[in-house]
Design a binder for this molecule. Structure first.
Ligand code: DGY
Length: 325
C-alpha cells in the first residue's frame, strides 16, 4: 500500500504526477492557503507533506500529527518550520537550496536597478499621462556603476549577487555570520568583510540576503537606517521581519534614505498599506525565485527530498540529520 502525502499548495501538474507514482497524493490545486486547523485535518493519516512557506509547522501543530515523517519545504528559507520540534518528533525536514541561487541573484539586480534608477516610479508617471517634454532633472537616480555595494548575508545567493557586480566596476562590502575564505572573497568581486555599521554607512546600495530567525529579526531598524547615506538604496530579497517595515516607511517618507526595493514584507501578503503612498519604493510580491525553470526545479527538488525521506533514504537537502542518526 502506498503512503499518503499532502501537497499543501498548488504546484506543477508534472510534479503531482511524479509523486503519484510513489504515494497516494492529496493535492490542493485550488491553492487554498490552509489555516492551522485545516492543515491538521488535511494531514491526518499522512506520512509526508510538500509545502511552501505559507504553511507553519510549529510545535502545536506537530503534536496533532503523530504519523508525519517528512516535511519537504519548497523554499530555501525554512523559518516557517520549527526545526527543533520536528527533530524531537523524528520528522525529516528538507528545503530547496542551490537551484534558485542564480535566479534570485538576477532578481536582486532587477530590484536594485529598478529602485536606484526609479524605473517603476517613472513608468507610473508616464502611464498617468504626465510626460509632456524631456527635462534635465526628470527622475534623477543614483548610479550603479562605480558605486559601493553592501551585502548583508553572504551565503550562496549573496555571493552570486557579488559576482554580478564585476561588470559594474563596483566595490563590494559584506557582513555575515562568518567571513568567506580568501578564495571565495576573490570570486565575489574581492568582497571585503566589514561590520554591519561600517557597511551601512559606507555602501551606496545595500542588499539583504540573510535568513530570517529570532536573531536576525529587525536587522534593519531605525538605528540602522539612520546610519545609511541619504542617497542610499535598500533592497530586501530575504524575508519580511528582517526589516522593521514601520521604521523603513518613516525613513522613506522623510528621505532619510533615497529608496527601497522590496520583494518581501512583514505580514505578507498583507503588507503595510503606507508603502503604497510612497513613490520611492519598488514593491514586488515575493517573486525573486520566480522563473519558470527555477520554480520547476524547486518543486522537483522538494519532490526528490520527499521521495527519499519516505523511502528511508537520506533526502539530498536534509536540514536535521540528527533524525537519521
Ligand atoms: C525561498 O526559497 O525561501 C523563497 O523566498 C520562496 O519562499
Amino acid at each position: 500500500m502506498k503512503l499518503a502525502i499532502l501537497i499543501a499548495r498548488a504546484i506543477f501538474p508534472d510534479v503531482i504526477e511524479r509523486l503519484s507514482v510513489y504515494f497516494d497524493v492529496e493535492a490542493n490545486q485550488q491553492d487554498i492557503v490552509f489555516s492551522q486547523q485545516e492543515l491538521a485535518e488535511k494531514l491526518q493519516g499522512k506520512s509526508g507533506v510538500l509545502c511552501t512557506s505559507s504553511a507553519r509547522f510549529d510545535a502545536t501543530l506537530l503534536t496533532r500529527l503523530p504519523m508525519l515523517k517528512a516535511v519537504a519545504n519548497m523554499a530555501v528559507g525554512y523559518d516557517n518550520v520549527d526545526l527543533a520540534a520536528c527533530t524531537a518528533q523524528g520528522i525529516l525536514v528538507s528545503n530547496t537550496p542551490d537551484v534558485l541561487n542564480e535566479t534570485t541573484a538576477d532578481f536582486g539586480w532587477t530590484l536594485l536597478m529598478a529602485t536606484a534608477r526609479r524605473v517603476t516610479e517613472s513608468e507610473h508617471w508616464l502611464r498617468a499621462g504626465h510626460w509632456d517634454k524631456w527635462r534635465y532633472d526628470y527622475f534623477l537616480g543614483a548610479d550603479i556603476h562605480g558605486s559601493t555595494l553592501g551585502i548583508i548575508g553572504m551565503g550562496r545567493i549573496g555571493q552570486a549577487i557579488a559576482r554580478r557586480s564585476m561588470g559594474f566596476d563596483m566595490q563590494v562590502l559584506y557582513h555575515n555570520r562568518t567571513s568567506l575564505t580568501p578564495e571565495q572573497e576573490v570570486r565575489a568581486n574581492n568582497a571585503r568583510y566589514v561590520s554591519k555599521e561600517a557597511l551601512l554607512s559606507e555602501a551606496d546600495h545595500v542588499m539583504l540576503v540573510l535568513p530570517y530567525s529570532a536573531t536576525t529579526h529587525h536587522t534593519i531598524d531605525k538605528a540602522e537606517l539612520a546610519l545609511m547615506k541619504p542617497t542610499a538604496t535598500l533592497v530586501n530579497l530575504a524575508r519580511g521581519g528582517i526589516v522593521n517595515d514601520l521604521a523603513l516607511i518613516d525613513a522613506l517618507r522623510s528621505k532619510a534614505i533615497a529608496a527601497a526595493g522590496l520583494d518581501v514584507f512583514e505580514n505578507e501578503p498583507k503588507f503595510h498599506p503606507d508603502f503604497l503612498t510612497l513613490n520611492n519604493v519598488v514593491l514586488t510580491p515575493h517573486i525573486a525565485s520566480a522563473s519558470e525553470s527555477t520554480r520547476f526545479a524547486m518543486a522537483n527538488r522538494a519532490a526528490d527530498n520527499l521521495i527519499a525521506a519516505l523511502q528511508n533514504q537520506r533526502p539530498p537537502n536534509l536540514l536535521n540529520p540528527e533524525v537519521v542518526a
